[in-house]
Design a protein around this ligand. Structure first.
Ligand SMILES: Nc1ncnc2c1ncn2[C@@H]1O[C@H](COP(=O)(O)OP(=O)(O)OP(=O)(O)O)[C@@H](O)[C@H]1O
Length: 241
């Protein structure tokens, strides 16, 4: 049904969280869902889903890990004996790994694939954008000016490479104080509507900062998050592609 890359340009804004939550929402709709962790040097998808066992190779293909609700996952962190060790690979090896994850994994009847894109707008991100059959990109940003500027580089890269931007998620949009219920815009006022207009994106959502989400991700229980905040993004992707 679709292959979607999730991209932010800047690190630490919640790209992996959004990739994982999109997969959770898609899977909840009964779609066979996969996550390709293309963030090879900072892979965080396995941790969010509580995956630890090393991937197996069967008949020359990588057997994807299965999360507890059945999402198929491939990540370089599931290939390392010690997940805290760095991946000290240079460009060609990193590109080769992306190729291998895409072509040499025993993906099973997948309807929706979400790719946690390599960070930045460098050669590995370009490799995914040019070599993988992406149906579209989902941009992740925060309201902060610095993040906005770098996210726009990623968005303009997609435009230059003719990849449609099919969704926008503004993460860390606000924080609701659990004591007084006041809404704090820690990174500044939301800019999601402005960005959506600038890049002509009709499918967008905002996510608040949540202690509960942080806790469940740290425990590897992302699939237990009840309200992902991204249901409308998935519904629109299903309807409009
Ligand atoms: N809205 C949120 N509420 C609570 N925790 C969040 C939220 N967004 C992100 N986090 C947490 O912040 C950390 C960084 O997020 P994440 O790993 O998704 O960022 P990233 O953009 O993928 O970073 P990088 O590109 O450097 O890998 C994670 O521990 C994540 O769970």
């Amino acid at each position: 049904m679709g292959v979607y890359g999730v991209i932010s340009g800047k690190g630490g804004v919640g790209k992996s969280l959004v990739t994982s939550l999109l997969a959770v929402e898609s899977n909840r709709r009964g779609l066979t869902t996969a996550v390709l962790d293309g963030d090879l040097t900072g892979p965080s998808i396995p941790k969010a889903f509580g995956l630890k066992d090393n991937l197996l190779g069967v008949d020359g293909l990588i057997e994807p890990a299965l999360t507890k609700t059945g999402i198929q996952v491939v990540s370089v962190n599931l290939m390392l004996d010690d997940p805290s060790q760095p991946v000290l690979w240079k460009g060609p090896l990193l590109s080769g790994a992306i190729d291998q994850f895409w072509k040499e994994t025993n993906w099973k009847n997948v309807d929706m694939t979400f790719i946690d894109m390599p960070p930045g707008t460098g050669d590995i991100a370009m490799k995914v954008m040019t070599d993988l059959p992406l149906d579209g990109l989902i941009l992740v940003t925060t309201p902060q000016d610095l993040v906005q500027m770098i996210m726009k580089k990623a968005a303009n890269m997609a435009i230059k490479l003719n990849i449609p931007i099919v969704g926008l998620v503004e993460n860390m949009s606000y924080y609701i104080c659990p004591n007084c219920n006041a809404k704090h815009e820690i990174f500044g006022p939301s800019q999601v509507e402005k960005v959506a207009e600038d890049f002509n994106i009709s499918n967008y959502a905002s996510l608040g900062m949540s202690e509960k989400v942080r806790e469940l991700v740290d425990k590897g229980q992302i699939e237990d998050i009840e309200e992902t905040g991204l249901a409308s993004i998935i519904d629109n992707l299903i309807i409009n592609g």
